[in-house]
Design a protein around this ligand. Structure first.
Ligand code: FMN
Ligand code: SF4
Length: 609
């Protein structure tokens, strides 16, 4: 490959490109590593990467510009990103961030004059049980308070490398408070694969079917059905076998560990302490559908788990649980690679995730075709949640009937919840499906509970009147988040925070969501500042329904939920904030012309327009 014309950049790039085999599907990983070394992605690096990958500069810039952890402009040598979830706010995030900025003489969102530090906000980092949280150059900081921030500011001023920072700053606790069938029992690595081999792929699929396992990532699709569709998709339309470039890979198993829904952190714990169970489930799945390639798509916020997870994979390879002829079974070849995300909630959506795996922007695809027939590089691909794979491993070992006996008939087995907000014991709780909200609130020591946001911003907010409702697909489905708000909390601020989240995370591909989320944010800001009117509430209802019906993917379909839900269940919260006017424009023409008046020295500058 021809070197590019920037030798100082080329020398830093070369080892990264070699490590990734000059493979364009590795573009996101390459950009992440360039950012690690240079603290941003300079234009010369964009040019070099584009020339090595034989793509236009705009293609590389397009990818780099899409992911919020990548920066095309110089960022600080220490890049601090405060987690912006509502639970972080409730624990004092805005004040702490301001305190930290004052200490370091830096404005939020800007880089210090000496390029040493930049401070900004980022969407929920998945540490709501130990917030307020932040990331420093991608590494998690937890339980932040003024003392910790004083220490961090000092370490930055002394330019101490992160490796020399006190380890307690980076400690992440599991906070497992209640164990059930997934978390309580141990499974010997290989036990589920052995059972699968003994029983055969077809019978294992039958057990999965009998278990009635439904996906734990949100939509609740039946896992056995998904696996059997992928297995059935063995031929292209012309009847030829599907193979990728190396001529061997036929189907792909992907574990979705993007966990971007604010308030969700149960996959973090499964990966930190139950990784064998998750990889075991992926391997069982590979046997059932006939996959030879696996990916774990790990959200960028969890990169601190990367080395630990790779160690588990190495151990499994050494024990014959991954690689060629797994457990001596001729032709059972399967291996797993970890792919790191870079700060984009939309990459949790399965088709956007696949785009991202291919090194592109995480833009949701048109469906059909669905990933089970045309997924990663056009190959039949299963995308399942971390917890779904953990359940599959247990079912393969213990059988479908055992699993189906737990929970409710429509929602079998257990559900792991990530509990945060106003309670004495935030953390991970595993329950059989069918548990009531009231029972959960009692277990975690909820303090004067008034409302609960179930399943994150894309889920629903329930009021105290609904605490007898059950966690189950047929009543309150949840991917895992359970955020508690006590009596004197302003639930408007929760909806306000969620609306900002969606506006930030919309990928911008389709107009209803791109424009709708921005308009929703503007109106909520207006109401928050005391200028909202009844017309604004009507407009938000209209927008919410429009996004639900007209958007391209699940993000847009659910982006109106926080406002629609809180307006319906807590109308007084909005009414209290409204100005006593029938209508006030969101755009202040008079204010916008203030600068023109100052420049011209005339009070009637607008009269000439
Ligand atoms: C905007 C958006 C974000 C999503 N994020 C996640 C996620 O972080 N993890 C996840 O497992 N599923 C997520 N999903 C759901 C996935 O698209 C997909 O349904 C899921 O991974 C399938 O796995 P399951 O059948 O095991 O639930 C998301 C969906 C949307 C629309
Ligand atoms: S709905 Fe939103 S996130 Fe989904 S494709 Fe459209 S703009 Fe992107």
């Amino acid at each position: 490959m021809e070197p590019c014309s920037f030798p100082h950049i080329e020398s830093q790039l070369a080892p990264i490109l070699v490590r990734h085999g000059y493979d364009a599907t590795r573009l996101l990983q390459v950009l992440r590593e360039v950012q690690d070394v240079l603290h941003f992605i300079p234009p010369e690096a964009v040019t070099c990467i584009a020339s090595h990958f034989g793509m236009p500069r705009s293609g590389v810039e397009g990818v780099a510009g899409f992911y919020s952890f990548l920066s095309l402009k110089p960022a600080g040598e220490y890049r601090i990103l405060f987690s912006d979830n509502i639970t972080d706010h409730m624990l004092g995030k805005p004040e702490l961030m301001q305190y930290f900025c004052n200490k370091l003489w830096v404005e939020p969102g800007k880089v210090s004059e000496d390029n040493l530090v930049s401070v900004d906000s980022t969407s929920c980092t998945g540490m709501c049980d130990q917030g307020p949280a932040a990331l420093v150059n991608g590494w998690p900081l937890t339980n932040l308070d003024n003392n910790r921030l004083d220490l961090i500011a000092e370490l930055i001023r002394l330019r101490k490398p992160l490796a020399d920072w006190p380890p307690m700053l980076f400690e992440v606790a599991d906070n497992i408070r209640r164990k059930g069938v997934l978390l309580d029992e141990t499974q010997e690595p290989g036990a589920a694969i052995r059972e699968t081999l003994a029983r055969g792929a077809r019978q294992t699929l039958a057990e999965l079917d009998m278990s009635n396992l439904r996906g734990r990532g949100g939509a609740g699709f039946k896992t056995a059905a998904k696996w059997s569709f992928c297995h059935a998709a063995i031929a292209e339309e012309d009847g030829s076998e599907i193979c990728d470039v190396d001529g061997t890979t036929k189907r792909v198993m992907v574990c979705n560990a993007d966990e971007g829904e604010p308030g969700t952190f149960k996959d973090r714990v499964l990966l930190a302490s139950y990784a064998d169970l998750v990889f075991e489930g992926m391997t069982v799945g590979a046997r059932v559908v006939g996959a030879s390639k696996g990916f774990l798509y790990l959200r960028g916020e969890y990169r601190y788990l990367l080395d630990r997870l790779n160690t588990v994979l190495d151990r499994r390879r050494a024990s014959g649980l991954l690689g060629r002829d797994i457990l001596g079974e001729k032709g059972f070849d399967f291996d797993i690679e970890i792919h790191l995300g870079a700060g984009a909630y939309i990459c949790g959506e399965e088709s956007a995730l696949i785009e991202s795996l291919e090194g592109k922007r995480g833009r949701p695809r048109n469906r059909p075709p669905f990933p089970v027939t045309h997924g990663y590089l056009g190959l039949p691909t299963v995308v399942d949640n971390v917890e779904t794979f953990a359940c599959a491993a247990r079912i393969a070992e213990r059988g479908g009937a055992w699993f189906a006996a737990m929970g409710t008939p429509q929602s079998t087995g257990s559900k792991i919840l990530s509990i945060s907000g106003d309670c004495a014991r935030p953390g991970i709780y595993e329950y059989p499906f069918g548990v009531t909200v009231r029972e959960i609130l009692a277990d975690c020591g909820a303090q004067e509970p008034y409302a609960v946001q179930v399943s994150g911003p894309s889920g629903c907010m329930i009021s105290w009147k609904e605490f007898e409702r059950k966690i189950a697909f047929e009543d309150l489905p949840t991917a895992g988040a359970f955020m508690i708000f006590r009596r004197n909390r302003d639930v408007f601020q929760a909806a306000h925070n969620f609306v900002h989240f969606f506006a930030h995370e919309s990928c911008g591909f389709c107009t209803p969501c791109r424009v709708g989320t921005q308009l929703q944010k503007k109106i909520m800001d207006k109401i928050d500042s005391g200028h909202g009117t009844v017309c604004d509430l009507e407009e938000m209802k209209r927008l919410g329904h429009l996004m639900k019906s007209m958007s391209h993917c699940g993000l847009g379909h659910t982006a109106g939920n926080p406002v629609l839900d809180t307006m319906e269940k807590f109308p007084d919260v909005y009414e209290r904030k409204l100005a006593n006017l029938a209508f006030e424009p969101a755009f202040d023409l008079d204010g916008a012309l203030e600068t023109a008046r100052e420049i011209t020295g005339r009070d009637d500058a607008w009269a000439h327009l």
